[in-house]
Design a protein around this ligand. Structure first.
Ligand code: AQP
Length: 348
């Protein structure tokens, strides 16, 4: 059976981009068709400035929202990254296989360095090395597929390169995974700046639809979305990025396609109204379920505890194999298998 792994980082409140680009596919498709693991990658949440109490709150909230969005612990494994030590154990091995040039080429790293640099601030070293941890997240589970939004495709490509390199140098150890990206809304853009991705840790809340925004707030944000200077509703991403973004959101919510939805709506106002209604229809059951789950934190905690146990049982043997393959002496190796090793003076 195909194995799927993906994660979400608790750096802010989850957005419509997270939902359409990743979470929805996890619940609607992946968990039914594959052996699926979904992880709240809290360690990645510390690659930027963070407040410990907020990180804990956002981790809990992300877990609750994943369940509210339809992840069913009977069908898939939901857990928190820091509850399974194998991620950090394997991450160091990935750092020993990757080069610093590869890390510095990552677009997310370059963008964050540029924006922090413009404010005279430096970035954490963990922001540079985070793709090594992400590679470890995926490879520790032998995942075949990694369903992600378009912005994460480069990191999955790097993961593939590291898996292939490790296998060539140290013997076949890892499954080489591939990214799967949704056909529509793979990159939902900021409603106020449709040339930038809608990101949960952006400063400007006005262009970001959060999954837990009140319905009125969601409607206002969409109705006030920046559109383009023309008047025609056509789907041309380069020339009309604001309209194209709304058409993609509408298409993703209704199962339509952006080009034909452009023909149906004859004004920007009509397009915005239709998009707002479609987003509200889609999110209202998620919000209702989230409210119910918040009243039962013990249930969410139990899901995470059980999820971590299941995840650990899969990851430990794979990471142990990688440790042996790369040349680390297993504990207790002086007895038994050690007899087969060459004499000490033969070791160079
Ligand atoms: N705007 C987006 N459109 C489509 N997919 C998106 N994803 C994120 N933003 C969009 C996808 O959501 C999944 C979880 O993302 P993440 O939390 O691991 O980190 P990210 O990709 O860096 O997302 P954010 O929201 O932009 O976080 P910040 O602002 O902290 O950097 C991934 O599959 C991602 O592709």
């Amino acid at each position: 059976m195909t194995r799927v792994f993906s994660g979400i980082k608790p750096t802010g409140h989850l957005t419509l981009g997270n939902y359409l680009g990743a979470m929805r596919q996890w619940g609607a498709v992946d968990q039914h068709q594959a052996d699926s693991l979904f992880c709240i990658v809290d360690l990645h949440g510390m690659t930027v400035d963070h407040d410990p109490a907020r990180l804990r709150r956002l981790t809990r909230q992300a877990a609750t929202l994943l369940l509210a969005a339809g992840l069913d612990p009977e069908l898939c494994t939901v857990f928190v990254q820091s509850h399974v030590d194998e991620h950090t154990r394997l991450s160091y091995l990935m750092e020993c296989v990757a080069t610093d040039g590869e890390m510095r080429r990552m677009i997310q790293y370059k963008e964050k360095v540029a924006s922090e640099g413009a404010r005279g601030r430096s970035v954490r070293l963990s922001l540079l090395t985070y793709p090594a941890l992400m590679a470890a997240d995926i490879l520790a589970y032998g995942a075949d597929e990694v369903p992600v939004g378009d912005d994460q495709a480069q990191h999955v490509e790097l993961t593939r390169d590291l898996a292939v390199r490790f296998n060539q140098r140290y013997g076949h150890t890892f499954v080489v995974p591939k990214a799967t990206v949704p056909k529509v809304a793979a990159r939902v853009m900021n409603l106020q700046d449709p040339t930038s991705k809608m990101g949960k840790s952006d400063d400007s809340g006005a262009g970001i639809v959060y999954l837990l925004d009140e319905p009125d707030v969601i409607r206002k944000k969409i109705v006030r979305a920046v559109t383009d200077s023309g008047r025609e509703v056509v789907y041309v991403r380069e020339e009309q990025p604001g309209v194209a973004n709304l058409l993609e959101i509408l298409a993703a919510c209704t199962g339509g396609n952006p080009e034909s939805l452009g023909i149906v709506h004859d004004s920007y106002g009509a397009l915005k109204q239709a998009t707002a209604e479609a987003v509200l229809d889609m999110l209202s059951p998620v919000q209702a379920r989230h409210k119910e789950l918040c009243a039962d934190p013990g249930y969410v905690e139990g899901v995470l505890r059980h999820g971590a146990e299941k995840a650990r049982a899969i990851a430990r043997p794979i990471v142990d194999t990688a440790y042996r393959a790369i040349g680390l002496l297993p504990p207790g190796a002086f007895s038994g298998a050690a007899a087969a090793e060459p004499a000490l003076n033969a070791v160079r």
